[in-house]
Design a protein around this ligand. Structure first.
Ligand SMILES: *Cc1c(COP(=O)(O)O)cnc(C)c1O
Length: 390
């Protein structure tokens, strides 16, 4: 792939005499390393289940990459969150503070433990949880904080960690979208007491479905491993001192993960390349705000996102529909979790003005390693055209 970059997306092609529009997808997994070789190795060796050498290898690569002692692989980012919360001892009656602007899994994992998600508002610049909003939610039931590194930009970890220390809370990073992102030179996964990653098909590093829990604390890692494998005593086969889960990653998934991790720096550099091209192509377009990168942060741009200033949800959705007609797939920002049916009874009288505004007016543009400069210029031109009509 070096040197030239061949786009595999054609905006407008002639097929059998008719004009066909091909979509530019928001995300595609890029499997251009040793993925097939390692997967074939699993099949030929018959090590296709959750034993096999790729699992330990993937975990080691992941831990080394994040600069942490332990990485525990599992079936998804969501199960990694569940394992993390259980490892931290979260139980019924506990409150866990998190941004309302995140993917629903962050709250759901808390609900799985019988605990209560408590939502905080976001910072208008980074779109990440606002530490001042966290403080206002702390009660004597608060047990921990989940800091989400949204779309690849790290949360303001020093302020969150200081607060957590002051109130005796744990800090769990939801780094599902932010492998390789840095806070003051330190990588995500190493910034709180523990962290989780997702390796779903659209994430920066993928295993199809999958997740990873990371921590420097031996006890948390041991607990997560125990819970992942049906709670079976590691020194006593078929003896189960606790109720565990089957959250094990397969060797085939880990094989893909090993190949992905060998090229982790490349995958991340590609996201940053794409973001740089968008930044150039969109900088003079009026009426939109572009993602920021704080001076203390390295942003890895899982998604390249723009906010349509002052737009209502309907106006934003119209822009997305018009882009789709031009062959460009986009996604809306997540809906704030406090507005979702399972959670909207929790903080009915509270306002989340920043999140409400962002979530109604934000769009994720196509963000993946196969986008060429021409693709991005085309997307920027289409966005300009659509906005000029609004
Ligand atoms: C993707 C994602 C998850 C869940 O990961 P899965 O692997 O899809 O279960 C959790 N939190 C955030 C912020 C995510 O983006």
């Amino acid at each position: 792939m070096k040197g030239e970059r061949q786009s595999c997306f054609y905006r407008c092609i002639i097929e059998g005499g008719t004009r066909v529009l091909k979509k530019i997808p928001v995300a595609v997994p890029v499997l251009n390393g040793n993925e097939s070789k390692y997967v074939m190795d699993c099949i030929e060796s018959t090590w296709i289940s959750s034993n096999g050498s790729y699992i330990g290898r993937f975990e080691q690569q992941f831990a080394d990459f994040c600069g942490v002692k332990h990485a525990v692989s599992c079936t998804s980012g969501t199960t990694a969150l569940h394992l993390a919360l259980l490892a931290h001892g979260v139980q019924a009656g506990d409150e866990i503070i998190m941004p309302t602007f995140s993917f629903i899994a962050t709250a759901n994992a808390v609900a799985y433990c019988g605990a209560t998600p408590v939502f905080a508002d976001s910072d208008p610049d980074t779109w990440n949880v606002d530490p001042a909003s966290i403080v206002s939610k702390i009660t004597d039931k608060t047990k921990g904080i989940i800091a989400v590194h949204l779309y690849g930009h790290p949360a303001d970890m020093d302020r969150i960690n200081e607060m957590a220390e002051h109130y005796g809370l744990f800090v769990l990073e939801d780094a599902a979208e932010a492998i390789g992102a840095e806070y003051k030179g330190k990588r995500t996964g190493s910034l709180g007491d523990s962290a989780v990653f997702s390796t779903f098909g659209n994430k920066i590093i993928t295993t199809g479905e999958g997740g990873v829990f990371t921590t420097n604390q031996d006890e948390l890692a041991a607990k997560a491993r125990l819970l992942r494998g049906q709670g079976m005593d590691p020194d006593h086969r078929y003896w189960h001192p606790i109720i565990g889960y089957n959250y094990r990653m397969t060797n085939i998934q880990a094989a893909i993960g090993c190949a992905q991790m060998e090229k982790a720096e490349w995958h991340i550099a590609e996201r940053i390349r794409v973001a740089g091209l968008y930044g150039e192509a969109l900088q003079s377009l009026e009426g939109i705000s572009l993602p920021v990168q704080k001076e203390w942060a390295k942003h890895v741009y899982w998604m390249y996102s723009v906010v349509l200033e002052g737009a209502t949800e309907q106006q934003r959705d119209l822009v997305m529909r018009q882009l789709l007609e031009l062959g460009i797939e986009t996604r809306p920002f997540f809906y704030p979790m406090h507005t979702m049916p399972p959670y909207r009874h929790l903080q009915p009288d509270e306002d989340f003005p920043v999140s409400m505004k962002l979530c109604a007016s934000g769009i994720n543009l196509p963000s993946h390693a196969l986008l060429t400069k021409e693709d991005i210029q085309w997307i920027a031109d289409c966005l300009a055209k659509v906005l000029s009509r609004c």
